[in-house]
Design a protein around this ligand. Sequence first.
Ligand code: PLP
Length: 364
Amino acid sequence: MSLSYAVHERSDRRPAQERDAILANPGFGKQFTDHMVRSTWTGDRGWHDAQVCAYGPFQLDPAAAVLHYAQEIFEGMKAYRHADGSVWTFRPEANAARFNRSAQRLALPPLEEADFLESLKQLVQLDVDWVPDSTSGESSLYLRPFMFASESFLGVRPAQEVTYSVIASPAGSYFTGGLKPISLWISEHFSRAGKGGTGDAKCGGNYAASLAAQIEASENGCDQSVFLDSVEQKYVEELGGMNVFLVYQDGRIVTPALTGSILEGITRSSIIELAKDLDLRPEEKRISLEEWRADAESGQITEAFACGTAAVVTPIGRLLSTKGEFRTGPEGDGGPVATRIRESLLDIQTGRAEDTRGWLTRLA
Ligand SMILES: Cc1ncc(COP(=O)(O)O)c(C=O)c1O
């Protein structure tokens, strides 16, 4: 570890009563804790001025490169409070590694894994009262590390001043009253990412590129868009913020192979590892939309689901496009396999099941 975080605790924390009212019904991504992490990188000094300080706005010059050229990356992870009060997060080394892969692709400086982990620990320890109780449901403290080009300069080149920050936001159960399958709009006009692009990096620009397709999905009465490969518009890639699995009658669970334009989800890779414990056979391969349709219609595909940190596992009910629609999972509460995988993951994350793989790291 090369950084030591100075702690500037604020004297005007939110009163306990106000905080508890927020924790009772936090929603997602609207409420933030009392503190944040920030540190600065410059070409001549490297990382410095690492600190935990009061949550508040950045002062950015209007010429800050991120505002013009989107040189920015982020991560998303969750901290869970276990029954004994301790607070844990899930596979943070994988997030640290992905953050550095994203940094490399966006020409941002690397951050040592130990410095990344320490930033999470420092923030969660100071704002530990903001971590909801996860023992009976799936409430958590969502952690958002991010890095952006803060140099004020309009030339197009890698920034020589970069800011790293972590903010935290309490998150409630994604589904209240049972799992509800989502409907997907098959995006025919828009690609999220292309060959040689930034699809396998977690950078803000990918999400900006997905929004027009999201509008199209909403206009067609769907919850989200599913993106196809940008070359042939034939193979299934992923949703705007989640990976996809198809469940086959013969015990296989199949997910699109990583092509460079798909984000390698940590939930996705955890499900691949967990599958064996659940008597499922994971497979990574290219899946055409036509194959999905045919196998769903013949009954070989019994369920489909999306997965990611925010919602863990979300059943997929129907797919729609200008050419028609097909059903890919049971009506109602989602299928048994998606439900079982979801519960297995959540049981590990929230401490209800033993963590036999060393996936959890204690934060507080
Ligand atoms: C585009 C995209 N794909 C997949 C995922 C799922 O990744 P993870 O399981 O690491 O949250 C996310 C969410 O982070 C995402 O933004």
